[in-house]
Design a binder for this molecule. Structure first.
Ligand code: GDP
Length: 492
């Protein structure tokens, strides 16, 4: 992304020669109308006109999900994905267990259930239903927060003997926010003296209108413990899924969501994923967040090795370089070289974002501290004490000294000066340290047993960045404190 001198003048709405004069003034030498300016140069010029430029972040190597096909009806139906939600102790885990064991008897004998974050139930009619089995709302929210809306239907469990409780309301809210339809399972109906119809009335007050109450939300009376009504619940899910007409492409590279991940003895880094579209196969190269994997092997919810997994099925994947996070989007790359580029790019971007965030946090803190504390009803600001906040970059020869310096800095009493460590590192002070210090307002670099060469010292001087070098850890605390207080220019 570049712009000519001429183009920028037009964009800023200023006469060319005026801008050229300004450019000379700020020390630029590209003084002709057709010169190409870099992003940074254009930004510097814009700033002299009081225009704060937004430099678009270069995207770099990245993987993207495929656009949705125009005509979904050509693609095969897929199983629905269900999340069970509800208040604590209302029977979510019991219901999952009952569903799971019914699925094992339906499946092959001898399978041992493995918790991989989701399991499939084969219905008598031949349909499959996938249940996410991380009960609680945290997983659902985590996935949703990361844009992985993996759930098609929420089964809301409400205990007939307890009624609508705080987490019931929360679950309703989550489902509604996500636009996911609800099926109500009124549980513990085996208990004597309970009246399930009261639950339906109660739900009505919370925006859930069941069929009995004249609405379109299905409600099933069940006993998760005894198994009564659980088949009917599964049938209702299958019927609703049919109405939703859930389809997915199978003949494309896989796209999936990470459900959970862990380091396992003998297996290394593993992650369970829910395939959303396409076909995931052993040998595929996939990326998730800032890690990747050449799929070494996969196992289904019975621990059985599988070589491929299609839409709405969950598999545990072995072979990750590092474990990904729940909710991470899994996308397929063509080659190892490509996936490595993508991950390197993502890590670099994350680092940059973190740096910018910490710099912004420091600047915000400073603004807060320098904002006069006005008492209500008065405009007197004479009492407000100004405590400078100094952003600090710490460099040391080995990580132990870096930690010692960070420790020492954190022990400086807050009343005198506040420090905020925006970056630490092992090795000599580099140009990028100086650059970062320049970006953060009045930032200092503390170098412990770590040199800054002449070139860097010159750069720091020109950039108005203070590099403080230390060699003796003894008294470091006091030295740092007094140096900070004396050397830093007063804050205006
Ligand atoms: P969760 O916190 O929602 O996962 O609830 P649990 O599944 O752990 O169940 C909480 C308690 O309720 C346990 O003691 C279960 O045995 C009991 N429970 C669950 N479902 C039923 C049911 O249908 N009938 C009865 N009587 N008790 C149940």
């Amino acid at each position: 992304l570049t712009i000519t001198v001429d183009g920028l003048a037009k964009l800023l709405g200023v006469p060319n020669d005026h801008m050229l004069r300004k450019m000379r003034f700020i020390g630029m030498n590209k003084l002709a109308n057709d010169y190409l300016l870099s992003n940074e140069e254009a930004a510097d010029i814009a700033l002299t006109y009081g225009v704060v430029p937004v430099i678009p972040e270069e995207s770099g190597p990245e993987l993207y999900p495929r656009p949705a096909p125009d005509d979904m009806s050509k693609h095969p139906l897929r199983p629905p994905v269900i999340t069970i939600m509800g208040h604590v102790d209302h029977g979510k885990t019991t219901l999952l267990d009952t569903l799971r064991s019914s699925s094992i008897t339906a499946g092959e004998a001898g399978g041992i259930t493995q918790h991989i974050g989701a399991f499939s139930v084969l219905m008598k009619g031949g349909q499959n239903i996938t249940f996410l089995d991380t009960p609680g709302h945290a997983a659902f929210s985590a996935m949703r927060a990361r844009g992985a809306n993996a759930t098609d239907i929420v089964v809301l469990v409400v205990a007939a003997d307890d009624g609508v409780m705080p987490q019931t309301k929360e679950a309703i809210q989550h489902a509604q926010d996500a636009g996911v339809p609800i099926i109500v399972a009124i549980n513990k109906c085996d208990k004597s003296g309970v009246d399930p119809s009261l639950i339906q009335e109660e739900l009505l007050q919370h925006g859930i209108q069941t069929e009995n109450m004249g609405g379109d939300v299905q409600a099933v009376e069940i006993s998760a413990l005894k198994g009564d009504g659980v088949d009917e619940l599964a049938e209702n899910i299958a019927t609703l899924a049919e109405v939703l007409d859930l389809r997915a492409e199978v003949d494309i590279p896989a796209e999936a969501s990470v459900i959970e991940s862990q380091v396992e003895k003998g297996r290394g880094n593993t992650a369970s994923v829910l395939v959303k579209r396409g076909m995931l196969k052993v040998g595929d190269i996939i990326a998730a967040g800032t890690t990747w994997c050449k799929v070494r092997s996969m196992a289904d919810d019975r621990g059985k090795p599988v070589v491929s997994a299609g839409p709405a099925t969950a598999v545990k994947i072995m072979g990750w370089k590092e474990i990904p996070q729940a909710g991470d989007l899994v996308l397929q790359a063509k080659t190892e070289a490509q996936v490595k580029d993508v991950i390197a790019n993502r890590i670099a971007k994350r680092k940059k974002r973190e740096q910018l965030d910490s710099i912004e946090a420091v600047n915000e803190k400073r603004r807060e501290i320098h904002r006069p504390a006005v008492q209500p009803g008065t405009t007197d600001v004479s009492d407000s004490v100004e405590i400078p906040v100094i952003p600090i970059i710490v460099k040391g020869d080995v990580s132990g000294t870096v930690e010692a310096v960070v420790d020492a800095l954190q022990k400086i009493p807050d009343q005198k000066i506040k420090t905020s460590i925006i970056s630490t590192g092992v090795g000599p002070v580099t140009a990028s340290d100086v650059d970062m210090a320049k970006t953060a307002d009045k930032c200092a670099i503390i170098a412990f047993n770590s040199k800054a060469d002449k070139k860097i010292q010159g750069l720091a001087k020109r950039s108005n960045v203070e590099i403080m070098s230390f060699r003796i850890i003894y008294k470091l605390l006091e030295d740092v404190e007094s140096l900070l207080l004396s050397h830093l220019p007063p804050i205006t």
